[in-house]
Design a protein around this ligand. Structure first.
Ligand code: NAD
Length: 517
């Protein structure tokens, strides 16, 4: 085992509570930030320091870009066959399965989400690697019917080049896997910049990628601030594509910076997602799923069903039943099997959520439960916030329109199908949402009328590698997952071959010879 591998093994030390000084992974080496700076990585459950991660600077980001450029321009990776690249990805998936529990624990320590949620994330992550491993050798190009005689016309897909992958803190490794796996399957080289708040599993995946034998320089992980490392990646003329998941404010900055060399751009942004309940819905299931929709990971989910839109005749019964269950939600450590909801990610984020509660009250929404920090002493060190329900909401309220990214549910009512559709679509976002009814004609009509990238009928939240994920309107540009998720990382090339070339004599023709004939 090389010295580098020993240094990489520090994710084990996080598990042992040793607060290690972690390194980042650039050009196949495990290195600290060039100037030695570090960030403390905090456990949001108790504010304990889990580890020190390198606070990379511009030079560190540029070093990683050079490594990825070199690996793309001269390395073997882009010219390997799809099957060969697929084998590396299958191997990575096996290693994710092997280290499943360690990865899940790291994710829970870093984000505060329950271990059950982290374990489910790790299953999905391994599946994403397997899905794109299988896709890597499926596209043999396409022959097209050329309108020109004696010719062969082919369309092939090729990697885009150096890809910068920037991820948020709510699903650190899941979001990274949606980018890493297709980017690598297509033959690109990458620089992954995880959120500065939650880099642990992204650094761990670098260990697995290295162990899987992916050549040096193909995958680089640089930790550090978005305004420094992320901005450098977005601005660089040596980066060909940027794929970003995060908030709209950052998305705009990235779009502006990316215009410098017109790099390809994919943006997965926020959502304020409607969950529409008709009176004929299966009552108990719809109540149960309304809770899942909004309170997974304490509402810090881009697709959270934060806007409950319920038929007026069902409202009182539905909301009473829902609130009764909300009051029973058990807050606690993500590591405790009994916990149903963990803390918010940071003190700063909790303050933002609290501000939204004040805004909701001022706007006249009726607070039915929650709206404050829990009082239990054992939760006092964590960034906890009670699951909250606001009733009597209307679309003109900021609490209904803006992404709170916390455990806050707003309730609106409707009388007709048209009104339900109008309320659901009344948003600048268009990521995902659900409709609950036993009338399948109505389910079809409503799902086709919703301006959303994903619509669930009588369900909430399922996503899988085979189906595309992304948003309409201000929820983003492009799609991840599915076939499209791979195509995003490719350029299309048209190769035209004349199989019987003859002079055309359009220019500078020899007139004597032309006249003689
Ligand atoms: P964020 O925009 O604050 O940060 C996301 C990433 O961007 C981080 O790695 C950050 O360091 C980096 N960054 C910050 N400034 C940058 C800059 N100037 N240039 C380049 N990179 C920069 O988002 P967040 O708070 O980490 O995540 C929450 C947001 O992510 C929510 O809005 C949520 O809806 C969204 N999200 C969307 C999806 C989706 O699939 N659509 C999935 C998860 C999260």
């Amino acid at each position: 085992m090389s010295i580098d591998r020993v240094q990489a093994g520090k994710s084990q030390d996080v598990m042992r509570g040793q607060r290690p000084r972690l390194n980042m992974y650039v050009d196949g080496n495990w290195i600290p930030a060039g100037d030695g700076s570090v960030h403390e990585i905090i456990n949001p459950f108790n504010q304990e320091v889990l580890a020190m991660a390198p606070a990379g600077n511009r030079e560190d980001a540029e070093k990683a870009i050079r490594a990825a450029r070199e690996a793309f321009d001269t390395g073997p990776w882009p010219s390997l066959s799809g099957s060969e690249r697929g084998r590396f990805l299958y191997r990575t998936a096996e290693l994710i399965d092997r280290d499943h529990e360690q990865l899940a624990v790291l994710e829970t320590l870093d984000t505060g989400k329950t271990l059950a949620e982290s374990r489910s994330d790790m299953d999905d992550i391994a599946d994403v690697f397997r899905y794109y491993a299988g896709m890597a050798d499926k596209d043999g190009g396409e022959l097209i019917d050329s309108p020109i005689k004696n010719s062969i016309s082919r369309i092939v897909r090729e990697p885009v080049g150096v890809c910068a992958l920037i991820t948020p803190w709510n699903y650190p490794l899941l979001q990274a896997s949606w980018k890493l796996a297709p980017a690598l399957a297509a033959g690109n080289t990458v620089i992954l910049k995880p959120s500065e708040i939650t880099p642990l599993t992204s650094l761990k995946i670098a260990e697995l990628v290295e162990e899987a034998g992916i050549p040096k320089g193909v995958v680089n992980i640089v930790t550090g601030l978005g305004s420094v490392v992320g901005q450098t990646l977005a601005e660089s003329c040596n980066v060909d594509l940027i794929s970003f998941t995060g908030g709209g404010v950052t998305g705009r900055k990235i779009m502006r910076a990316a215009s410098i060399n017109f790099k390809k751009i994919a943006l997965e942004l926020g959502g304020k997602n409607p969950n529409v309940i008709f009176a004929d819905a299966d009552f108990d299931t719809a109540v149960d799923y309304a809770l899942n929709a909004v309170y997974f990971h304490a509402g810090q989910v881009c697709s959270a069903g934060a806007r409950l839109i319920v038929e007026e005749s069902l409202h009182d019964q539905f909301v009473a039943s829902l609130v009764e269950r909300v009051k029973n939600i058990r807050l606690g450590s993500g590591m405790d099997d009994e916990t149903e909801m963990g803390p918010l990610i940071s003190a700063e984020h909790r303050e933002k959520v609290e501000t939204f509660v004040k805004i909701g009250l001022k706007e006249g929404a009726k607070l039915l439960t929650g709206g404050k920090r829990p009082e239990q002493e054992e939760l006092s060190r964590g960034f906890f916030f009670e699951p909250t329900v606001f009733d009597e909401c209307s679309p003109d309220m900021r609490i209904v329109q803006e992404e709170t990214f916390g455990p806050i549910l707003t309730v609106e009512t409707f009388r007709t199908e048209e009104e339900a559709i109008r309320l659901a679509n009344d948003s600048v976002y268009g990521l995902a949402g659900a409709v609950w009814t036993q009338n399948m004609n109505r389910a079809e009509r409503v799902s086709r009328s919703l301006r959303l990238g994903t619509v669930w009928i009588n369900d909430y939240h399922p996503y899988f590698p085979q189906a595309p994920w992304g948003g309409y309107k201000q929820s983003g540009i492009g799609r991840e997952l599915g076939k499209t998720g791979l195509e995003e990382y490719t350029e299309q090339k048209h190769i035209f071959q004349n199989i019987n070339p003859q002079p055309m004599n359009w220019f500078g023709k020899n007139r004597e010879r032309v006249e003689e004939t």
